[in-house]
Write a protein that binds this ligand. Structure first.
Ligand SMILES: [Zn+2]
Length: 567
C-alpha cells in the first residue's frame, strides 16, 4: 500500500506525459464530428488520452516507459463494429471441420457425395445452411438434386425451408397424404408426390441432427475462436443478435475468465411462438434489461422474429412472390406473400411488456408487410410514451418504402442494415419482384438524408472465412457494398442510394455504437474514449474504390491492447 501511494506521488508532476502507447506518423481517421484526420494519438489505461500531430503527442505524452509505434504513414480507423452477428452458431459451424463453399447445386451434390463416402449407410447427411438466391442455378434443390446418394437420408438446410432426398422422405414417413403442419407445407411436384421441399416443415424430418452434440466446453472454445476471428477482421465490438439463456451463460464464462477479445452487446431473442401470456410473463420475470452489464459484455436489445427470410420466400411482403418465387423457393402458390409469425395485437402486448421493463426494442423484419406491422406497433407505443429515447429499431428492413421511411423519421426509429445483401441477393430478388420493386431495398441514402441512424451489420451466421461466410462479415467488403451498391452480376442497384466512404465508415463505427448505446465510449478516436482501433494496409479514404473491399487489417487493438496482428 505504501509503495502504491509513493508511486502516485512520484508520478504527479509527470503523469500527463506517461502514456502506455503512442501511435505516430500515421493517418488516423478519428471519425469525430469534423472527421479530423490526425497523425498521432496516445493511450493510457486502455483509453485515448490525446490526439494531434506527431510532434505534439511525442512531446507531451511520451515517457521512458511509453511504447512508441511509428505507423510509417499507415491508416488507422476506429475499431469497427458489426451490429449484427450470430457468433456461437457461426463458431460451431466450422469448429470440427471446414465447410465447403456451397455456391451451386453442383457444389452441394459434391458435398453430399463426399460425405456419403465416409459415413455408414443410413446415417444422415445434413447439408449446411445455404441460401437459394446465392446458388448459381437460382432455384431451390429438390429431392432429385439431393438423390446423389440413395443409401443416406439427406437434408438440405435452407433456413426456414428445408430440402430432403427420397430416402429422408421415406424414413420420415412423408408421403403425398401427409397433412401440412400448421403454417408449413409439404411441397408436391407435378406428379402429386412430395418433391422434397419442406416449407416451415423441417420438423417432419425424423432423425436429422440439428446440432452435433457440442459440449459446453466446445461451445466456450468455439465462441472464443469466433470472436478472435472477428478481431482479425478489424472488428472490436459486435452485437450478437439472438442469444438464449444458454448463450448468455457462455458469454459470461468468457467474460469472467477475461478472455473476451472484443466487446459484445447481446440481443435477447425470446421465443414468441407461444401463448402471449407465457411470453409476457417470461419478460416480466427476467432480470435482464438494456444496458445491464459493462463495456465488455452487456445487454442491448429485446427481439422477436416477426417474419421469415427473403432468401427462402418466407419474408412477409407487400406483394406476392409470383412465378419466379416458385423456382427460387419451391413455392406452389404464386400469390403467397410470406409469413407473419406474430399477429399485430400479440406483437403489441409483447413489445409493450418489454418496453415497460426498459428494453430497447426490435424485430427481425425483412418483407415490407412485416416492416409496416412493426412500425404500426411502434407507433402505438410511441403514442403512449415517446419511443425515440429507447433507440428502438428496425432490424434488416430489406423492403423499405417511402412511407415507412417517413414514419421512422417521425418517431425517431433507427435501423440495423445488411448492405452485403445488395451484392449477394439482389440478382435473384430482382427476378422475383422486378427491378422497380427493389427501389427501397436498403435505401441507405434515404435513411441518412432523413437523419435516421444507420448501424452496419453482416448477419453473420455460418462459416469462419470473412468473405465466404453466410453472411460475409468482412467489414471492408460490407462498407464497399454500401458505397458501390454493386451486385455480384456487376450491376449498380439504385445509385441514388449510395453512401460516401465517410458515411459507410460511420455505419461501422459511431452509428453502430449509437445503436448499442456506446457512442460516448466507442465508435470514434477521441480523448476519453476506449483505445479500440484498427491499423489497415491501405488508405480507406483515398484508395481506388474497388480496393476498399480488399483492405486488410494489420493490427487490431482493443482497450489499448493488441488482439490481432502486431504494432
Ligand atoms: Zn440475424
Amino acid at each position: 500500500m505504501r509503495r502504491f501511494v509513493i508511486s502516485i506521488l512520484l508520478c504527479l508532476p509527470a503523469c500527463a506525459a506517461d502514456a502506455d502507447l503512442i501511435l505516430h506518423n500515421g493517418k488516423i481517421v478519428t471519425v469525430d464530428t469534423a472527421f479530423h484526420v490526425v497523425e498521432a494519438l496516445s493511450v493510457k489505461d486502455g483509453r485515448i488520452t490525446a490526439t494531434g500531430t506527431s510532434a505534439e503527442i511525442l512531446k507531451a505524452e511520451r515517457s521512458a516507459r511509453t511504447k512508441v509505434v511509428d505507423l510509417g504513414g499507415k491508416t488507422v480507423l476506429p475499431g469497427l463494429i458489426d451490429a449484427h452477428v450470430h457468433a456461437l452458431d457461426a463458431g460451431l459451424s466450422e469448429f470440427r471441420s471446414t465447410l465447403p463453399v456451397l455456391d451451386s447445386i453442383t457444389a452441394i451434390q459434391d458435398y453430399i457425395r463426399t460425405a456419403a463416402r465416409s459415413r455408414p449407410k443410413g446415417a444422415w447427411i445434413v447439408v449446411p445452411r445455404t441460401l437459394p438466391p446465392r446458388l448459381k442455378e437460382m432455384r431451390f434443390p429438390t429431392k432429385q438434386d439431393l438423390d446423389v446418394t440413395l443409401d443416406h437420408p439427406v437434408a438440405f438446410d435452407g433456413s426456414y425451408v428445408w430440402g430432403a432426398n427420397s430416402l429422408a422422405l421415406k424414413i420420415s414417413g412423408i408421403t403425398r397424404d401427409t397433412p401440412n403442419p400448421p403454417g408449413g407445407e409439404v411441397v408436391k411436384g407435378p406428379d402429386g408426390e412430395p418433391n422434397g421441399i419442406l416449407r416451415n416443415a423441417s420438423q417432419l424430418l425424423k432423425g436429422a441432427a440439428r446440432s452435433e452434440g457440442f459440449s459446453d466446453e466446445d461451445k466456450v472454445a468455439a465462441l472464443r475462436q469466433m470472436l478472435q476471428i472477428y478481431a482479425a477482421a478489424g472488428l472490436t465490438s459486435v452485437g450478437d443478435r439472438a442469444v438464449t439463456p444458454m448463450e448468455v451463460a457462455i458469454y459470461q464464462q468468457l467474460k469472467s475468465r477475461e478472455v473476451l477479445p472484443v466487446r459484445v452487446v447481446l440481443t435477447w431473442r425470446i421465443n414468441a411462438a407461444r401463448p402471449v401470456e407465457q411470453v409476457v410473463s417470461e419478460i416480466r420475470a427476467s432480470s435482464w434489461t438494456t444496458n445491464q452489464g459493462d463495456d465488455w459484455l452487456r445487454f442491448g436489445t429485446f427481439k422477436v422474429t416477426l417474419d421469415g427470410g427473403q432468401s427462402v420466400g418466407t419474408a412477409y411482403q407487400r406483394m406476392p412472390y409470383g412465378a419466379f418465387g416458385r423456382q427460387l423457393y419451391g413455392q406452389t402458390d404464386p400469390d403467397a406473400r410470406g409469413t407473419l409469425f406474430i399477429d399485430p395485437e400479440k406483437l403489441y402486448r409483447i413489445m409493450s411488456a418489454a418496453r415497460d421493463k426498459g428494453w430497447q426494442l426490435t424485430a427481425h423484419v425483412q418483407g415490407g408487410g412485416a416492416i409496416d406491422t412493426l412500425l404500426d406497433v411502434f407507433q402505438r407505443l410511441d403514442r403512449e410514451k415517446p419511443i425515440a429515447p429507447t433507440r428502438s429499431h428496425v432490424m434488416h428492413g430489406s423492403f423499405m418504402s417511402e412511407d415507412a421511411l417517413n414514419r421512422m423519421q417521425r418517431m425517431g426509429v433507427i435501423v440495423d442494415v445488411q448492405p452485403g445483401w445488395l451484392h449477394f441477393d439482389v440478382p435473384a430478388l430482382k427476378r422475383v419482384f422486378g427491378l422497380e420493386n427493389m427501389r427501397y431495398f436498403f435505401p441507405l441514402r434515404s435513411y441518412i438524408d432523413r437523419g435516421i441512424i444507420v448501424a452496419g451489420g453482416s448477419d453473420h451466421m455460418i462459416g469462419h472465412d470473412k468473405n465466404n461466410a453466410v453472411n460475409a462479415f468482412n467489414p471492408f467488403f460490407n462498407m464497399w457494398a454500401s458505397i458501390t451498391r454493386q451486385t455480384r452480376e456487376g450491376e449498380v442497384i439504385y445509385a441514388q442510394e449510395k453512401v460516401s466512404r465517410q458515411e459507410a465508415l460511420k455505419m461501422w463505427t459511431i452509428w453502430a455504437a449509437y445503436l448499442q448505446f456506446g457512442e460516448k465510449s466507442r465508435g470514434s478516436l477521441e480523448p476519453g474514449k476506449y483505445a479500440d482501433l484498427v491499423v489497415i494496409d491501405r488508405e480507406f479514404l483515398s484508395c481506388p474504390e474497388d480496393d476498399i473491399r480488399r483492405i486488410q487489417p494489420v493490427a487490431t487493438v482493443v482497450n489499448g491492447l493488441v488482439v490481432f496482428g502486431r504494432l
